[in-house]
Design a protein around this ligand. Structure first.
Ligand code: ATP
Ligand code: MG
Length: 137
């Protein structure tokens, strides 16, 4: 078993898709190991996406990710990182495969419903950003 990290982004929470997305995640075989509903400050969002600091969309991304509450969670499944990226689909929802979370619930490349960690190493770093050791079952 291994783990990945996800966020349900402000657009999906605002549009009422939290329950549907969590259901898709559970039905795909992921176990929720830790979960919280919070609103990030600009500083929090900026630190989380620091790897994208030099990208032209960074400031907009930070504003968007701090614009409303999100759900952050650590998920467990065999092959978790790769399987979860498959479940969420391409970054741009227009290019996301049929039945993926982004295809079903996202409107734009920025407001794309969910985040998924891109490696085991980043999954661990991102999980630790949101959850203390004691909160991770
Ligand atoms: P995430 O890391 O959120 O799971 P990703 O790994 O599919 O998404 P990244 O390249 O890591 O994509 O980009 C991080 C986030 O930045 C994207 O999910 C999206 O919200 C935003 N983003 C990426 N590319 C663009 C773009 N060209 N214009 C606007 N926003 C973008
Ligand atoms: Mg990414």
């Amino acid at each position: 078993m291994n783990r990945t990290f996800t966020m349900i982004k402000p657009d999906a929470v605002k549009n009422g898709y939290t329950g549907a997305i969590l259901n898709d995640i559970i039905e795909d075989g992921f176990k929720i190991v830790a979960m919280k509903y919070i609103r990030l400050t600009k500083e929090n969002a900026g630190a989380f996406y620091a790897v994208h600091k030099e990208r032209p969309f960074y400031n907009d991304l930070v504003d968007f990710m701090s614009s409303g509450p999100i759900v952050a969670a650590i998920l467990e499944k065999e092959n978790a990182v790769e399987d979860y990226r498959k479940l969420i689909g391409a970054t741009n929802p227009q290019e996301a495969a049929q039945g993926t979370i982004r295809q079903k619930y996202a409107k734009s490349i920025e407001a794309n419903a969910v985040h998924g960690a891109d490696s085991d190493e980043n999954a661990k770093i991102e999980g630790n950003f949101f959850f203390s050791q004691l909160e991770q079952f």
